[in-house]
Design a protein around this ligand. Structure first.
Ligand code: SAM
Ligand code: SF4
Length: 342
């Protein structure tokens, strides 16, 4: 009998699917990509629209997936993104509802696409912004495009894609001082802000465990300028620990989250499965290449929906209990974040 959920041997059930729609990007964030970019995947290696939609349908209708997040690389570079969102929003999950659709984006070009994405059925959006300072932004992303991000944020708000969330990675000596500036920026605009500890998924020389900015240090910087109280809502599988935050200077209140993927891993509550641009299942960001299962190859060899569901369930069953970043034998994955889908 075909499987009906994606469970692993440690009792976790995947409900959240992350789909990478391209490995390409128009920024070069220093923690994610080398300045020269990467050798992009040949188009024929990537899943076609029909292939990606078929796999999302199998995940939602046969395997218990309830949320689909589109990522990359930069997912706005996929011209058919609106079509893929629309097709996903028409599916029905095991609860008889449309899956929640979400997008993680750097927001370049979002000003022209936000309304169309909302009309296609997009429910949520996370915009990556590591600093509101133009110079710092240009140094961090190696591109002078901060105004495009601001325009994208405004367009997302106008399109009703609420709550608009901001994601910020904090890098030692680069944007640490932007932590309170970002919080003030987010509070002013009614955006929920989430800080992410930098993970070893970028260019090799860019990560050093002893140098990274920890969740505790981020919290410390916030409490110097804002009032924080733990959020009352239960956290569930959500990776961010959340606080209610008030800016005493303006009286603005909001929410801020910190994702301590390195110092307080949340692997025990992880409910994710991932599809890479070329159609491989990865049950963890940190899986080894040898643990990937290519649904694309099976699909192109004529596999049925049930056979693909079996393969996916088998890949999930083998999911490791944790990412092991702190283990002495930890090996950085061969693929970078932009290839896996963050
Ligand atoms: N290009 C889109 C964007 O930047 O939002 C989507 C893909 S990006 C890989 C997804 C998220 O991963 C972004 O929020 C980015 O900041 C984060 N990210 C990339 N490299 C990271 C790293 N080494 N550690 C932690 N987060 C990282
Ligand atoms: Fe591009 Fe996103 Fe990576 Fe930045 S974090 S280089 S925007 S894929």
């Amino acid at each position: 009998m075909a499987p009906t959920t994606l469970v692993d041997r440690y009792g976790r059930t995947a409900r959240d699917l992350r789909v990478s729609l391209t490995d390409r990007c128009n920024l070069r964030c220093t923690y994610c990509m080398p300045a020269e970019g990467l050798e992009w995947m040949p188009t024929e290696h990537s899943l076609s629209d029909d292939e990606v939609i078929r796999l999302i349908r199998i995940a939602a209708e046969q395997l218990g997936i309830r949320q689909v997040r589109f990522t990359g690389g930069e997912p706005l570079l996929r011209r058919s993104l609106e079509d893929i969102v629309r097709a996903t929003a028409q599916l029905r999950t095991d609860e008889g509802k449309a899956p929640t659709t979400a997008l993680t984006t750097n927001a370049l070009g979002l000003d022209r696409r936000a309304a169309g994405l909302a009309a296609a059925g997009l429910d949520r959006i996370n915009i990556s912004l590591d600093t509101p300072d133009p110079e710092q932004y240009a140094r961090l992303t190696r591109r002078d495009r901060l105004d495009d991000v601001f325009a994208g944020i405004d367009a997302a708000l106008s399109a009703g894609l609420a709550p608009v969330k901001l994601n910020a990675v904090v890098m030692p000596g680069i944007n640490e001082d932007a932590v309170p500036e970002l919080a003030a920026f987010a509070l002013e605009r009614g955006l929920e802000l989430r800080f992410i500890e930098q993970m070893p998924l970028g260019p090799r020389e860019k990560w050093d465990r002893s140098q990274m900015v920890t969740a505790e240090q981020i919290l410390q910087r916030l409490t110097e300028r804002f009032e924080l109280a733990p959020d009352a809502e239960p956290r569930g599988p959500a990776p961010a620990e959340r606080w209610r935050i008030t800016n005493p200077a303006t009286g603005r209140t909001g929410r801020v989250g910190i994702i301590a993927s390195v110092t307080h891993p949340f692997c025990g509550a992880c409910d994710r499965t991932r599809l890479t641009t070329d159609g491989a299942v990865r049950s963890c960001l940190f899986s080894a290449a040898a643990d990937e299962v290519s649904l694309r190859d099976a699909m192109r060899a004529g596999a049925t929906d049930d056979e693909l569901a079996e393969l996916w369930a088998g890949a999930m069953w083998a999911k490791k209990p944790g990412h092991g970043i702190d283990d002495p034998g930890f090996l950085k994955p061969e693929r970078l974040m932009s290839e896996i889908g963050g």
